[in-house]
Design a protein around this ligand. Structure first.
Ligand code: FRU
Length: 478
């Protein structure tokens, strides 16, 4: 394989080497965000599933740690450590704690390919999450099923018990279980089928989110990942949870999408972060090109909330405040700041410094049909990726057709999200990081996340418009 250092992100997580897919076991402990991740420690492709591990104080700089839960191979069985979660068992309900120190407990799917079986296992850590011991009476839930996975667990105060959501993949259902000790689990209820059901359901999780910034107004949101019509899809349901049953208030048949790109999948959240933040992290991958010596990366972490809109209660996502605070620390060179730039056709060129930057921009599009940025432009050619706002179609968009070919699914090269301008103004955040591109519209109303694969020297960056647009303000960090 050919090394691709120019595609290695600068401010997103990648494993030092080899494959990653889903984020796992997101837990905040002693001032550090712990990230476990689906990992093949031996190859740059899926297999030997184990939990890789890294920690960060600010969600940008990661310290890489040894594999925390390796695959287990015996004479008769191979056990792969599929996706799951980690909880801090503060009052030692599990009894795994020693010397008054609360244990961390990992709850995950054991996939046994020879037996064609998936069941739920637990393992515990007494060294702050560096290593885990498998519980001697695993599995803790066994339905003798092939596709039954991705337990996500949290403490539910009102009934003083642990709640698990886990996927009945081919039934398009999320099953809820309750437990007092993380070992004995009782079925509480099922949710689904509902919404998008054309492909198997994976990685469910249920989160309480604040509505309209009012901490006394909480709604529950259930996230479910599945293959969509084109590439990955994470759908969400807004509703109520009474400790036993989740009831969605979504309009029937309407599928609510977390992300409108072709790369954001299997996202789960840090639910115990400081300042009561609920921080979603997804796996980014669209597989159009090989990267080496790593494959797969994490998204920028998103702070989540709910907003009342004309379309009802919808999810709002912004790059986490922990990331934006740290941005200033890592940004090199001067922050570029500009106001009231007129663009009509080709616009201002900006320094594309190595394709690792962050832009916050506000466009006045009252007299424009389209406005935005041409990124990863290649000098002497018209190769580029175009992104921004299409005022005629009322769409936030990323268009990769000017940069790449995709014979398998050419429709994936253009990604759009319906979005309205507010009094003629559209806000766009562009997070370009070598091979990942995340575009946030209107303060987190819509997100498009994708992967792009520009040539090494394709670092051109410029504003553009069709018709006359005005950039009211622009800030750029390298
Ligand atoms: C989602 C997924 C999960 C599973 C894991 C295996 O990408 O298929 O359902 O636990 O990946 O790596």
């Amino acid at each position: 394989a050919v090394p691709t250092p120019h595609w290695r992100p600068a401010y997103h997580f990648t494993p030092p080497a080899n494959w990653t897919n889903d984020p796992n076991g997101l837990v905040f402990l002693n001032g550090e965000f712990n990230l476990y991740y689906q990992h093949n420690p031996f190859e740059n492709k899926w297999g030997h599933m184990s939990w890789g591990h890294a920690t960060s104080k600010d969600l940008i700089a990661w310290k890489h740690l040894p594999v925390a839960i390796p695959e287990v191979i015996t004479k008769d069985t191979t056990t792969w450590i599929y996706s799951g979660s980690v909880v801090l068992d503060k009052s030692n309900t599990s009894g795994f704690g020693i010397n008054g120190k609360p244990p961390l407990v990992a709850i995950f799917t054991a996939d046994q390919p020879k037996q064609k079986k998936e069941s739920q296992f637990i393992a515990y850590s007494n060294d702050g999450g560096l290593s885990y011991k498998q519980y001697s009476h695993n599995p803790v839930i066994d339905l003798n099923m092939h596709d039954f996975r991705d337990p996500n667990v949290f403490w539910y105060q009102p009934t003083q018990q642990w709640i698990m959501t886990v996927s009945m993949v081919d039934d398009h259902m999320v099953r809820f279980y309750g437990s007092k000790n993380l070992k004995d689990w009782n079925k509480l209820s099922d949710f689904g089928p509902a919404g998008f059901t054309k492909n198997g359901w994976e990685c469910p999780s249920l989160l309480p989110l604040v509505v309209d910034g009012n901490p006394d107004n909480i709604k529950w949101v259930l996230f479910v990942s599945s293959g969509g019509e084109h590439g990955p899809l994470i759908q969400y349901f807004v509703g109520d949870f009474d400790g036993i049953t989740f009831k969605s208030v979504n309009e029937t048949n309407k599928v609510l999408k977390v992300d409108y790109g072709d790369a954001f999948y299997a996202a789960i959240a840090w639910r115990d972060a400081p300042e009561n933040k609920k921080i979603l992290l997804g796996w980014l991958q669209n597989g159009r090109q090989e990267t080496y010596p790593w494959k797969g990366q994490m998204s920028i972490p998103h702070d989540l909330s709910l907003k009342t809109t004309g379309d009802g209660l919808v999810l709002n996502q912004l790059p986490s405040v922990f990331v934006t605070r740290a941005l200033h620390k890592y940004a090199t060179g001067k922050v570029i700041e500009k106001t009231n730039i007129d663009i009509n056709g080709a616009g201002l060129k900006l320094p594309g410094n190595g394709n690792a930057y962050w832009i916050d921009a506000e466009f006045d599009i009252r007299n424009a049909r389209k406005a935005g940025f041409n990124v990863v432009g290649k000098a002497g050619t018209d190769k580029k990726v175009t992104l921004g706002y299409d005022a005629e179609k009322q769409l936030l968009f990323v268009d990769c057709t000017g940069s790449e070919k995709d014979n398998k699914s050419p429709e994936n090269l253009i990604q759009t999200a319906p979005m309205k301008a507010i009094n003629g103004i559209v806000k766009v955040k562009v997070l370009l990081d070598r091979s990942s591109l995340e575009v946030f519209g209107n303060d987190g109303e819509k997100v498009i996340s994708t992967m792009i694969y520009p040539d090494k020297d394709a670092t051109g960056l410029a504003l553009f418009s069709e018709g006359a647009a005005v950039v009211k303000s622009l800030k750029m960090w390298n």
